[in-house]
Design a protein around this ligand. Sequence first.
Ligand code: NAD
Length: 353
Amino acid sequence: MTAFWTEPDYDDHELVQLVRDPKSGLTAIIALHSTHLGPGAGGTRFWHYAQPGDALRDALRLSRGMSYKNAMAGLPMGGGKAVILADAARSKTPELLAAFGDAVDALGGRYVTAEDVGISEADMVAVSARTAHVSGLPVADGAAGGDPGPFTAMGIFHGIKAAVRHKLGRGDMAGVHVAVQGTGSVGGGLARLLARDGARLTLADINQDRAAALAEELGGEAVSSDAIMSVACDVFSPNALGAILDDEGIARLEAPIVAGGANNQLARAHHGAQLAARGILYAPDYVINAGGIISVALEYLCRRDGQPCDINEVRKRIAQIPVRLEQIWQESEQTGISPDLVADRMAQKLIGR
Ligand code: NAD
C-alpha cells in the first residue's frame, strides 16, 4: 500500500478526518488544508463516488482550493472542505445531517461549513441545529449571506468586464459576445447581469430547455452543450463542470478570453500554460469565483460576533476581484508565467507556504 501522504493531492493538509456513523449511515471526509489565516472555510459536497479514493482526492483538492480562494479574496479564513459519500440512491436523511453537524462541531470551529454540490440551504439549516460553525443559512431580504450563487455571479461579471478591458481594450460590454456554458445558479445569474449591460449571449446547458428559456428571456441564442466550447466569441465563460480545459477543449476554443465560475477548470497544471501559448487570457477560477465565499464568510463572521451583516461590505469586497485579476495578469505579462501559476504563487505566499 502506498503511503497516504505520497498521494499527489495531499499537500501537507493540517487535518484529514474520516467520519463514520453506522447508525445514520454517514461516511464523510473533512479535510482542513490550512488554518493559517483563520478557520478553514469551505462547503460540503454530497456526492456518489465510484471509489472511496475519488472522495478523498476531491476533499484534498477542494480544500486546498479553498485555502487559495479565501486567501486571494482577502478573507480571514483558511481552507477546508467536506465530502459526504452518498450511497447509490443518494439518500440524505435528517439523522445523517445531524451526525455530520456533530462531526463539524467536534472540530470546535477549526472548520466552517456551507453548501456545495448536492447540499441545499435546507440541509445547512439541519446541520446548524448541531453546530454553530455553519454558514449559507437563510437571511432576511437585503442582508448579506444566504445562497452564494448570486454573489458568485456578481464577482464573475466584474471579472469578465476586467478581462474585456484588459484584453480587448473595451470599457463597456455592449455587443461583447459571451458564450456561457451552464445556466444554473451561477451561469444563469451571470447571463442576466451580462444581458443588462448589452452583451451578446450564446448559452448552453445539458438541460437544453433551461438554456433555451433563458436565451428567449434575454434575447440570446441557445446552442447544444457539445457546441458551446467552439463558438467564435469574445469570452468563453465556463459555469458548469471542472476539468473542461484539457488538450481537446483548449484546441477547440475560438475565444481570446476564458473567464467563468466553474471550479477546477484546468484539467492539469500545464493547461494554464497551454492557454497562454494560444494567446488566450485566463481568469484563474478560484480568484474570479470568490463572490459566494466572500458572502458566506462575512455572514459567518457577523453571526459569530453578533453583528449585523452589511451587504454593502460584501459588494465592496466582491468589487476587488477585478483588482486582484489585473495584478495577476500584469505579473504574468511581466514574468512570462501563466496567470494560474502566478495566482497559485500569490496564494501560497499569503498562506505561508
Ligand atoms: P448549478 O447546479 O446550479 O448549475 C450548473 C448547471 O450546469 C446546471 O444547469 C447543469 O445542467 C449544467 N451542466 C452540467 N453539465 C453541463 C455540461 N456538460 N454542459 C453544459 N451545462 C452543464 O451549479 P452552480 O451553483 O451554478 O455552479 C456552477 C459551477 O460553479 C460549479 O462548477 C460550481 O462548483 C462552481 N461554483 C459555484 C459557486 C456558487 O456560489 N454556487 C461558487 C463557486 C464556484
